[in-house]
Design a protein around this ligand. Structure first.
Ligand SMILES: *Cc1c(COP(=O)(O)O)cnc(C)c1O
Length: 282
């Protein structure tokens, strides 16, 4: 579903992938391939990443739906979270996720997935199978564009760059993104690893952010968007996305289509982190 969206006086369009269902956002797009596959003989899926990741939660939903065991490896788990699970972590545990801790989390995940009845999923589902769902997404966007006779530039913030890379590969619209993990160079390398001819255009955030950084300006723009538009965005990627978008408006040729990539369940724990750090200032 694409709707009109106006923020700070700028009209845009918004693809509401956050409303796709229990399973939503770009993680639903990434898992579309697996949802449509019979996974013959597979009893367990194994992945790794951070203890509050949106991918972890989505995989837990998928595993539960399909009656699979789900093992997830993190490199550390703080004692607060262990004693009082919240957010994505809490809901993933409720879905039956088994959690493992290992410094080299990818190696342990690979090991846990080494049997024939197990399947390894890269961090953030950054793998070739993810492309399938973005073909569908690109088609849906193009249909809408034809019907409405517009050709917007697309913008979406990136982690691994998988969503941006595979959407751009399958769309004839221009796709822009920005890094929320690492810098432009790092993201460019990740994207080229998925598609060596990628046309994705990477914009520089107004300043360097580390993944999950607690910065007042990030919280403030998230809050401002919520108050002004009534749409709740994700609190890690989208604030960096909107700050980047608004500091690079001259890069766009006309209409902008922003993709809401879901993930707002993760806001519970991120909001708690902000409240702990800034207390009265928020
Ligand atoms: C996972 C996620 C991203 C990053 O997606 P990539 O395909 O890894 O670039 C961006 N936004 C939200 C809300 C996410 O959950």
């Amino acid at each position: 579903m694409i709707e009109k969206f106006k923020f700070r006086g700028r009209e845009m369009f918004l693809l509401r992938d956050d409303l796709l269902g229990e399973f939503n956002g770009n993680k639903a797009r990434k898992l579309e391939y697996f949802l449509n596959s019979d996974l013959k003989g597979i009893k367990r899926i194994v992945s790794h990443g951070s203890s509050q990741s949106n991918a972890m939660y989505s995989l837990s939903v998928f595993a539960k739906m399909r009656g699979l065991e789900f093992c997830f490896v993190v490199s550390h788990l703080n004692s607060n979270l262990q004693e009082k699970p919240v957010g994505n972590f809490k809901f993933a545990l409720q879905n039956g996720m088994k959690i493992f801790v290992a410094q080299d989390r990818r190696s342990l995940a690979k090991e846990l997935a080494s049997q024939d009845d197990a399947f390894f999923i890269e961090e953030g589902v950054a793998m070739a199978e993810a492309e399938f769902g973005f073909k569908t997404q690109a088609m849906q966007i193009e249909k809408w564009c034809e019907k409405n006779s517009i050709r917007p530039d697309i913008f979406l913030p990136s982690g691994t760059g998988t969503s941006a890379a595979y959407l751009a590969k399958n769309s004839n619209l221009r796709v822009f993104t920005c890094p929320c993990v690492g810098d432009v160079k790092f993201l460019q390398d990740e994207i080229f690893a998925l598609d060596k001819n990628s046309k994705v255009q990477i914009l520089n955030p107004p300043k360097k952010y580390h993944f999950g950084d607690l910065k007042l300006e990030l919280y403030k723009i998230w809050r401002e968007i919520l108050d002004e538009t009534g749409v709740e965005f994700e609190l890690i990627y989208d604030p960096v996305g909107f700050l980047t978008l608004f500091s690079n408006l001259d890069a766009f040729s006309g209409d902008i289509l922003y993709i809401h990539q879901g993930g707002i369940l993760g806001n519970i724990s991120q909001k708690m982190r902000y409240e702990r750090k800034f207390k009265g200032e928020l």
